[in-house]
Design a protein around this ligand. Structure first.
Ligand code: SF4
Ligand code: MG
Length: 325
């Protein structure tokens, strides 16, 4: 079966006053109906990965190599009409900030209806019914009345629900979510996460959900890919990664999470800072912070070791462990 999404050795480099190697040799597969969390600190390349996937990066300043296929189609070849059909059709996005998706001067019912009419040949009446149905599905109370509201008339949590309704109205096969609940308080956050999970299962969508919060990752995902310095350093099922982490960075994240570290600061609990990315990694990017670092870690790129089915780790320790088996 064709994977829903496949990155094949993706590299993304920004060229400007400085050069930034934002994504380095990223390979990843997402099957239909899977929910994968990209987990990492800010600057680790999570959002860049999503933007690359939506073809949102400025071509003049961005060098991209490697393959990205969605349903078997190389999305880097899309242009004009086919690119428009792809965005908001097969693939859709929920942002952290609803203002990026919702227009302040249009009623929310009109915004969802219009989005549907841009993608599907349906009457105004049918589009309106889709919008109403979506508002019901995301559990907006009194949806008929809410259709008439402007975004600023809704609470943060309600706006986030509307944004989900908007993103799902055209039934994308792939949904991208960039920290969509980070700005919300804890109770609302969990409601939105549960809603997303429910809709994902109901619609059979594949989802890539970006977060820096392990608690969120555990709550919502089937699989986790941990990112560090523009690379995936560990990947596996959520259960495997959480219960049997192999990479010292993932272990550090989990240990930090167990301490009573304040919310939102968890990932900073590992001493040291991530590298600047102004050079292409030639050794293990985590070596300066790694409690297990060995001389070779500073000389060579660690190999990506398959330690199980769809389970891999980029670390010399994993290589040694496999060799010793
Ligand atoms: Fe640590 Fe070496 Fe593994 Fe990098 S490759 S995470 S420095 S043990
Ligand atoms: Mg980000």
């Amino acid at each position: 079966m064709t994977a829903l999404l496949e990155f094949d050795r993706l590299n993304v480099t920004f060229k400007g006053e400085r050069t930034v190697y934002a994504i380095n040799d990223l390979s990843l597969k997402l099957e239909q109906g899977e929910m994968l969390v990209l987990l990492g600190e800010s600057g680790s390349g999570k959002s860049v990965t999503l933007k690359t996937l939506l073809r949102l990066l400025p071509p003049a300043r961005t060098q991209i190599s490697g393959g990205i296929k969605v349903n078997g189609t190389d999305i880097m070849t899309l242009s004009g009409r086919s690119l428009q059909d792809y965005r908001g059709g097969d693939v859709s996005m929920v942002f952290q900030e609803p203002a990026l998706a919702l227009d302040p001067v249009y009623r929310i019912g009109d915004q969802i209806s219009e989005a549907v009419r841009r993608k599907k040949r349906v009457s105004r009446e049918e589009a309106r019914n889709v919008a109403l149905d979506m508002l019901r599905r995301v559990r907006i109370p009194s949806p008929e009345r809410r259709m008439m509201n402007f975004p600023h008339e809704l609470s943060g949590g309600m706006r986030q629900r509307v944004m989900i309704a908007l993103a799902l109205a055209c039934r994308p096969r792939l949904l991208l979510a960039d920290e969509p609940t980070t700005a919300l308080d804890a109770t609302v956050q969990i409601q939105i996460l549960l809603l997303l999970r429910e809709l994902q299962k109901e619609f059979g969508m594949g989802v890539i959900f970006v977060t820096h919060d392990i608690g969120v990752a555990v709550e919502i995902s089937d699989r986790i890919a941990v990112m560090y310095a523009g690379q995936i350093i560990e990947e596996g099922s959520t259960h495997e990664v959480i219960n049997d982490a192999h990479h010292p960075y993932t272990r550090g994240l989990l240990a930090a999470n167990l301490h009573d570290v304040e919310r939102g600061e968890r990932l900073e609990a590992i001493p040291g800072v991530p590298p600047s990315l102004e050079e292409k990694p030639k050794a293990c990017s985590f070596a300066p912070r790694c409690p297990n670092a060995m001389p070779e870690c500073r000389d060579k790129l660690p190999p990506v070791i398959e330690i199980g089915a769809r389970r891999r780790v980029a670390c010399f320790l994993a290589q040694q462990a496999v060799a010793a088996e």
